[in-house]
Design a protein. Sequence first.
Length: 512
Amino acid sequence: MDTHDSAPAETARRCLVTGATGYIGGRLVPELLAAGHRVRCLARSPGRLRDHPWAGEAEVVRGDVTDAASVAEAMRDIDVAYYLVHALGTGTDFEETDRRAARVFGEQARAAGVRRIVYLGGLTPAGVPEHELSPHLRSRAEVGRILLDSGVPTAVLRAAVIIGSGSVSFEMLRYLTERLPVMVTPSWVHTRIQPIAVRDVLRLLLGSALLPDDVSRAFDIGGPDILTYREMMVRYAAVAGLPRRVILPVPVLSPGLSSHWVGLVTPVPASIARPLTESLRHEVVCHEHDITRHLPDPPGHPIAFDEAVRLALQRVREAGVTTRWSSASVPGAPSDPLPTDPDWAGGSLYTDSRELVVDAPRDALWRVIEGIGGENGWYSFPLAWAVRGWLDRLVGGVGLRRGRRDAAHLRVGDSLDFWRVEEIEPGRLLRLRAEMRLPGLGWLEMRADTDEDGRTRYRQRALFHPHGLLGHAYWRSVSPFHAAVFGGMARNIAKAAGKAPVTRRRERAPIR
């Protein structure tokens, strides 16, 4: 991202950022800080921001955009409020949730005397009645109207496809193009789109904090290129150095069917791919570029599509992806923290524990633990893990293909295939929370310890809290495979850190 001079004291703003655990919000916060603004983040799970490089510079408060009291507290003494959240995929009533949250946000911003709201919405096609839009775009448009009607000066930035390392649109484009040299594609590959580089999105979000108070309107934002999705795939292949792709559109793939097709080929689950593909039924092209009257384009901006792809690929190859589309919580995924015994009294908690002596230094063991997942795999019975991932995708889950943000390092809140990093104590503990579809809540703990004799010990614990009879039946049905899956994992992690050790196995009945 471009560097910024710190804002003079008279233009420095106190900014509230919602959605800081997400893709755009997580990148905007350091940009605001670098520009000299003070930042407060509103998050449902503040702990997920703990390991971000900027965490010590920003204030983080707990709250939810649908809860008026927590929003009111977060708005206190704020000049500029960024609304970067949406309820997409949270259920059939997500439009009502978006509507309610936007009203709360606007009302509380007005009551607190906030000087400006900035919202990143979706670019809508001109001349198309709103009832014909996809629910995703229709909701984005409605949220923009609600915020504009709040009585607080509001800038609604409307973007189409955002191209940047880790963005859901870029990941979908990347995997479709790289994995399929010959593609049978839906008819929406002929839809014209005006993509925009994530660097330009962040530049305009940042600049919107200083818009004059009398500016309150929506702005279309886009890059210099207008392309069909087919042309985007062809040009991506050229930039990535791939052979030319053969693309065969067919009219029979509906948005619903094509979302499952995207889900099979890419790490993007069908539940997220569907609103994106539905939005591509209509042309999404900017019809004005009025934002430049207030925020002129600097040299080299807006960034062309090919350059945006090159920059994104460079970040991916250098493992420099700071946030990903999967940074945000998966709708419907469990968010409960690991239960402690005193708080869990009266419930059932199945555990599978394994402990091994490792003939290697503890830091060598830790490197293996922190590097687990993604391209490195799970160190046991690859077919079993793959089958579990396929089954999860079949029932609408995230599957095993989200991979990792960084090849070697993890932080709290990172997605890791179908897990989420719930806790990490560098050099000692990694705790993952399951985000696959389960009849209960699941965790996997891995520890690198040193015993009283100075030997390195690997301790591994899988935990499962069943929901109802189905949950108990699920655990009992998979228990026979634990020796191969969890036992093999423990042995192979130890082997990767040093020599094959002697193992000791413990499996406990449920804690009651």
